[in-house]
Design a protein around this ligand. Structure first.
Ligand SMILES: [Zn+2]
Length: 437
């Protein structure tokens, strides 16, 4: 690049600066400006008044089945709901995520994505009828994440009803693929297609006294040991798939991992063999490895895979053969990450919770959620609860009780406003990230 061109480029860059150069305001300054504001108070009241309607919508969404990879019907319904709230351009992306952009007054920066997941863990054909008894509802997915989906709608309604204009842009997302089998495919697509997202909030789970700022990463494998197989007496001398797997498990069981960052492993399931009097031709196991650090996860994985190969070599050596093999398949892949406790997004998630429910103690936690993906990319992210009480997650007896449920969307709204700024009242606390190269 010639120097003249360079100067021209630098001047262009400077011209483009003003919207981006504004330093982020502190979370505390944002909060004190917001809590006294009449529009904000009115919006929080709107959410409270919307509590019963939000709960009714939660039951409705729960009854639209959304098995892994089959979220389409629920996604289309959710898109319609979002369009009814004024997002004429909302759409479903190539992966199946519902996306709606609410523009701010700041020229597009910062950009915050707020998401709840459409998918459930329940396979096709699961009875998703909502059963109700004494104010408690029972249904697969009633809390996880139907609550997050409606909390998000309630936030949008309150912003619209009270003419809330933020400085930063907000991208509202109903995403696919959060649960196990989905491997965060919705998030992977979102952050691949939108490299200008500066921060991310997932509304998942219920508690409003908890902030997930650590992403537990996981790698899961299925390992299939295969040998010739044969009669246990006549063909004694052949390698055994079960013996090889046993050797591997014995080695894995002795692995040592750090407690901080917490790093874990287990052989979760085993199967194999055909008969008590046959040398096993096949054996398989599923292995789970998790860590709050990508580095530790990869280290553990390298050691474990090496031990499995050693076990196969030993079984072959024992019988002086090379007939035993192992096939190693990656069946789960979630990245790890962590967001600093003093970062604006974690602070906003904490302070919004104590603002709507004073006196409670907010704790930081690690979990595996949609936030894993942005966290692994170094994008500030948290997962917060949608409000209410519940339990029996991922079971057909999942239950939900709408106790003070409105606190969930109220807290989410406040956190969003702290991060994105309320036009004319507070500046965004979320920093604009440097443009990715
Ligand atoms: Zn969930």
């Amino acid at each position: 690049m010639t120097s003249r061109l360079f100067i021209f480029a630098a001047a262009l860059a400077l011209m483009a600066m003003p919207a981006r150069a504004e330093p982020p305001s502190s979370v505390d300054a944002a909060l004190s400006a917001l809590v006294g504001n009449a529009k904000v108070k009115a919006a929080l009241e709107t959410i409270k008044a919307d509590d019963a309607a939000t709960f009714a919508e939660q039951k409705k969404i729960t009854e639209i089945a959304a098995p892994p990879y089959k979220e389409k019907v629920r996604a289309e319904y959710y898109l319609k709901k979002i369009q009814e709230l004024g997002f004429k351009d909302a759409s479903i992306d190539s992966e199946g995520n519902v996306i709606a952009l609410r523009k701010g007054t700041g020229g597009g920066h910062p950009k915050l994505a707020v998401a709840a997941h459409l998918d459930t863990v329940f396979p096709e054909g699961t009875d998703v009828t909502v059963r109700e008894k004494d104010g408690t509802v029972v249904a697969p997915g009633i809390g996880d994440d139907a609550r997050g989906l409606v909390a998000l709608l309630s936030v949008i309604k309150a912003m619209n009803a009270n003419d809330i204009a933020t400085v930063g842009d907000i991208m509202f997302v109903g995403d696919v693929g959060e649960e196990e089998l989905g491997n965060l495919r919705g998030m992977k697509a979102l952050f691949r297609d939108h490299t200008d997202i500066d921060g991310f909030i997932s509304i998942d789970g219920l508690e409003i006294n908890r902030v997930v700022n650590q992403a537990t990463g996981s790698h899961r494998y299925e390992m299939i040991f295969k040998g010739p197989g044969g009669h246990s007496f006549q063909e004694f001398g052949l390698p055994s798939a079960i013996h090889a797997m046993g050797r591997a498990i014995a080695k894995i069981a002795e692995l040592q991992t750090p407690s901080n960052p917490k790093t874990t492993f287990t052989v979760g399931t085993v199967s194999g063999g055909t008969s008590v009097n046959a040398i096993a031709a096949e054996a398989r196991m599923a292995v789970d490895m998790r860590s709050n650090s990508t580095d530790e996860l990869l280290k553990l994985e390298a050691r474990l895979l090496d031990l499995v190969k050693q076990a196969v070599a030993e079984e072959n050596a024992r019988w002086k053969t090379d007939k035993l093999t192992v096939e190693i398949k990656l069946i789960g892949d979630r990245p790890a990450g962590i967001v600093a406790a003093n970062s604006p997004i974690v602070q906003a998630a904490e302070k919004s919770a104590t603002a709507v429910a004073p006196g409670q103690k907010v704790t930081l936690a690690g979990s595996s959620t949609d936030s894993n993906q942005p966290m692994s990319l170094g994008i500030p992210a948290v997962t917060i609860g949608g409000g209410g009480e519940g339990g029996n997650w991922h079971s057909r007896n999942e239950w939900f009780k709408p106790t003070d449920a409105y606190l969930g969307p109220q807290r989410a709204l406040l956190a969003i406003l702290m991060l994105q700024g309320l036009d004319g009242v507070s500046k965004p606390a979320l920093a604009v990230r440097a443009a990715p190269k």
